[in-house]
Design a protein around this ligand. Sequence first.
Ligand code: NAD
Ligand code: ZN
Ligand code: ZN
Length: 364
Amino acid sequence: MRAAVLTSQGQPLEVLDNIDVAEPGPGQVLVKVAACGICHSDVTIMDLGHQLPMVLGHEAAGTVEAVGPGVRRLAAGDQVMLTPLGPCGRCYWCVRGEHTICADAQQFVGGTLSDGTTPLSRDGEDVWQGLGVGGFGEYSLVEERNAVKLDPDVPLDIACVIGCAMQTGVGAVLNTADVEAGATVLVTGLGGIGIATVQGARIAGAARIIVSDPVEDRRDAAIHFGATDVLDPGEDDVVARTRELTGGIGVDYAFDSAGYAPLLADCVAASRVGGTTVSVGVPSFEQPLHIEGAFQIASHEKKIIGSLLGSVHSHHEVPRLIALWRRGLLDLEAMITQRYSLDEINHGVDDLRNTRGIRSVISL
Ligand SMILES: NC(=O)c1ccc[n+]([C@@H]2O[C@H](COP(=O)([O-])OP(=O)(O)OC[C@H]3O[C@@H](n4cnc5c(N)ncnc54)[C@H](O)[C@@H]3O)[C@@H](O)[C@H]2O)c1
Ligand SMILES: [Zn+2]
Ligand SMILES: [Zn+2]
């Protein structure tokens, strides 16, 4: 098959046409990928460059080509959403309902199936399937739990952004934070993840959705998706303005969807006494978190919580997000601002690095 492959750290992806994909074994599903969005986490892995060569892309939808023995929920011809973290349902975390931190799913991030092998190869050498999906290739071989069946009328080239952005952003609001109607919310960072967070806050019925991003086009776009107040961190003191906009109280919930530790500290400062800060964006490994006035965590009962893939159970969340989209409550179409062929994939990567548009989607 053809796939865009990360062959060296920090370099553009190489489109190769000699990647082999294994036949589906027991419990496995071979999916012909139709479309895949580009997320900042792909670029983070490109820049880290461990486990090479790797096929990245984890926001994908496609059609089942073949299923292995024992697969019960899916059959050839079914449309599916691929999900980076399909829960095993049996481990310490799954049985407590903490599905995205399933102990038997974390190896997907490293590029293997749960048995530690990869289904991809090139001239007999291993090629890793990044973030459990490998959506920048024509085929993906996943375990049944990493594929969620979609109705046949769902357009795959639009729905694909549910795979990461919408599960992550909407899920952070509805599941991780459980924002209630009428709440006040701050979102820092307005890429695909931040815009999805804004949409989640709108769906939850938040009364005030304050947003911040240095990129003017993204601030303007956020208003379309439900933001009520827009701040420019280059001009505005985001913490002070957020407090002003909430009558001196601070927001009930603050989400950092940019992935920069100082913004997490700002979120804590901008949240009210008793408020909650949610870390959605992922700061790079070397960043420490420095909180000015750590007393406020105890004395003001301020909470800081992490959210991986929106704390979802994908087999519940994907159909729920599709249902919200059908009702006109979730805007998927406007999330996709650029479309590229596989050969043009590095334009999409450049768009992400240069904060152009919101999401670029690759058609396969
Ligand atoms: N928790 C999860 O499960 C999960 C899932 C997917 C992605 N992520 C992470 O979410 C983050 C965002 O991903 P994305 O694809 O939306 O990335 P993106 O690069 O498209 O968007 C990041 C945005 O942050 C903005 N930003 C930068 N500095 C800022 C500042 N000082 N104040 C406000 N905004 C600022 C940028 O202008 C940009 O618009 C990344 O760290 C990514 O790795 C987390
Ligand atoms: Zn992602
Ligand atoms: Zn599990």
